[in-house]
Design a protein around this ligand. Structure first.
Ligand code: UD2
Ligand code: MN
Length: 426
C-alpha cells in the first residue's frame, strides 16, 4: 500500500466512524424516548371508578407517573436472609421524601431499584411548611410532655427492620403479650429509649366483641411498631351495647380521646382483623393521607378498587381536623370509608400507598355481626357527602365514655353511642 492510498483508507475510516457514531447517538435518543413512553403508559392508573358491590360509582383520580431513582438499600434490610423481602415497586409520594418509609424504595442486596412509582405528584398541598402534625424532627416532645434530654433523633430508616414477617395467628392473654413486650408501658404506650421518635402516632381501633382478633392484633403490632421506632399508643374504642355498630364514629371518638391524652401528630385507624405482614409498612405520620392496607390476602393481594380507603389508614392531625373527621351517620356495615375518600378528594388530598409488596395484610376470617348488618342507606348517604362534611363529623360528635381501662397492651375506652342523638341536619 502506498502512503497515499493508506491516507485515503484512514480518511474513509474516520468518515465511516463519524457516521456510525451519529447513528448510535440517534438510536440512543430514540431509545430514551421510547423507554419513557412505555414506562408512563405502564404505570398510569388513570381514572378508575369505585365499584362497591351493588351500584354507585364514585370516580376518583389516582394520579401516577413513574420515576426511577437510585437509593442504596439499607444493610439492615438487605442483610436479612431468613425473610422474603419482596419486590421494590413503590408507590412513593413526593411528600414522602422526608418519610422513613421513603428509604424503602429499594431492592435486595444489589441495591438496584427497579421501579419507583409516584402516586402523588401533587404540589404538596398537605405538606405546608409549619405543619405541626407532619414530621417534626427537631421535637423532643413525647407523649405526656416528657423531655428526653439530649437523645438524638431516631434514624429515618429504622435499623432493626426485618422485612416480610412470620405473623402470629394465635392468641394469648393480654398480660402475657405485655410480658413479651416489656418496654411497652401500661395502656399500650411506647417511646423509644435510645432515640427521639420522628413520629408520634395514635393507633385507633374501632371495636366491639372481637377479643380473639384483638389479642392477635396487639401481639403482632407491638413488636413491629417498636422496631419502627415510633412513639405510639394503641387505643381500642369499644362500642357498648345496645345499638348498631358505627365504625367511623368510633374512629372520630378514638382520635379525640387519644389527642386528649397525648401529643400525637397523627392517627392510624386500624381494623382489628388486619395483621400486617411486612414491617417496612411503616406506621409513620404521612404528609398526604395514606391507605396502608392496600394488599390484603382476602382480595388476593390486589386493590379491589382504586379509591378504597377502608381497613388501615393514616392521616395527620391537622388534615383530620380540616376534614372534620369521618361522618358520624354511617350505622351498620359499609360506606363510611368511601365517604372519607370523597372528603379527601373534595379537599384536594390524594390517597397515597406503599407498594403492594409491602402494604400486605392478612385478614382474620370472620362473619358479619348481628349489630353490623349492611347499611341500606349507605349509597343515599354517599350522595350527600360534600354538603354534610361541614357539620357532620368531629363537630357533631355525641357520645358517653363509660369506662377507661389501661391494659398492658392497650388503652380500652368503652363508649356508648345513641343513634338518636347523632345530628342528621346542620
Ligand atoms: C371492610 C373494610 C372496613 C370497613 C368495612 C365497612 C377493608 C379491608 N375493610 O371490612 O374498614 O370499611 O368494610 O364498614 O376495606 N368491628 C368490630 N366488631 C363488630 C363489627 C366491626 O370490632 O361487631 C370493627 C373491627 O375493627 C372490624 C371493622 O370494624 O375489623 C370492620 O368490620 P368488618 O371487619 O366486619 O368489615 P369488613 O371486613 O367487610
Ligand atoms: Mn374485616
Amino acid at each position: 500500500m502506498t502512503p497515499r492510498s493508506l491516507r485515503t483508507t484512514l480518511k474513509m475510516d474516520n468518515c465511516t466512524k463519524l457516521k456510525l457514531f451519529n447513528l448510535l447517538l440517534i438510536l440512543c435518543v430514540v431509545n430514551f424516548f421510547l423507554y419513557r413512553f412505555f414506562a408512563n403508559s405502564h404505570h398510569h392508573l388513570g381514572t378508575v371508578s369505585m365499584n362497591e358491590p351493588g351500584d354507585n360509582n364514585i370516580v376518583l383520580e389516582v394520579d401516577s407517573a413513574p420515576s426511577i431513582q437510585n437509593i442504596e438499600f439499607p444493610s439492615s434490610i438487605s442483610s436479612s436472609s431468613t425473610h422474603d423481602i419482596g419486590s421494590s415497586i413503590r408507590e412513593a409520594t413526593v411528600a414522602d421524601r422526608q418519610d422513613p418509609a421513603n428509604d424503602l424504595n429499594k431492592e435486595s442486596a444489589t441495591g438496584k431499584i427497579e421501579d419507583v412509582q409516584k402516586l402523588d405528584q401533587s404540589t404538596d398541598t398537605a405538606a405546608d411548611a409549619g405543619d405541626e402534625a407532619v414530621i417534626d424532627s427537631q421535637s423532643k416532645l413525647t407523649p405526656g410532655n416528657q423531655t428526653l434530654g439530649d437523645l438524638p433523633n431516631c434514624p429515618v430508616t429504622p435499623p432493626g427492620l426485618i422485612g416480610r414477617l412470620a405473623t402470629f395467628r394465635e392468641a394469648q392473654s393480654f398480660e402475657e403479650i405485655g410480658r413479651e413486650n416489656p418496654e411497652v408501658r401500661l395502656g399500650g404506650l411506647y417511646t423509644p429509649r435510645s432515640c427521639t421518635a420522628l413520629h408520634r402516632v395514635a393507633v385507633v381501633v374501632p371495636y366491639r366483641n372481637r377479643e380473639e382478633h384483638l389479642k392477635i392484633l396487639v401481639r403482632n403490632l407491638h413488636p413491629m411498631l417498636q422496631r419502627q421506632q415510633l412513639d405510639y399508643g394503641i387505643f381500642i374504642i369499644d362500642q357498648a351495647l345496645p345499638g348498631r355498630f358505627n365504625r367511623a364514629m368510633l374512629m372520630n371518638i378514638g382520635f379525640v380521646e387519644a389527642m386528649k391524652r397525648h401529643d400525637y401528630q397523627c392517627a392510624i385507624f386500624h381494623d382489628v382483623d388486619l395483621i400486617p405482614e411486612d414491617d417496612r409498612n411503616i406506621y409513620s405520620c404521612p404528609q398526604q393521607p395514606r391507605h396502608l392496607s392496600a394488599s390484603i390476602d382476602k382480595f388476593n393481594y390486589k386493590l379491589p378498587y382504586a379509591g378504597i380507603y377502608g381497613g388501615v389508614s393514616a392521616i395527620n392531625k391537622r388534615q383530620f381536623h380540616e376534614l372534620n373527621g369521618f361522618s358520624n351517620l354511617y350505622f351498620g356495615w359499609g360506606g363510611e370509608d368511601d365517604d372519607m375518600a370523597k372528603r379527601l378528594s373534595m379537599k384536594g388530598y390524594k390517597i397515597t400507598r406503599y407498594p403492594m409488596q409491602i402494604a400486605r395484610y392478612k385478614m382474620i376470617q370472620h362473619k358479619h355481626e348481628k349489630f353490623n348488618e349492611v347499611n341500606p342507606k349507605r349509597f343515599e348517604l354517599l350522595r350527600t357527602t360534600s354538603s354534610r362534611q361541614p357539620w357532620d363529623g368531629l363537630n357533631s360528635l355525641v357520645y358517653t365514655v363509660q369506662k377507661v381501662e389501661e391494659l398492658p397492651t392497650h388503652t380500652r375506652i368503652q363508649v356508648l353511642i345513641r343513634e338518636e342523638d347523632v345530628p342528621t341536619k346542620p
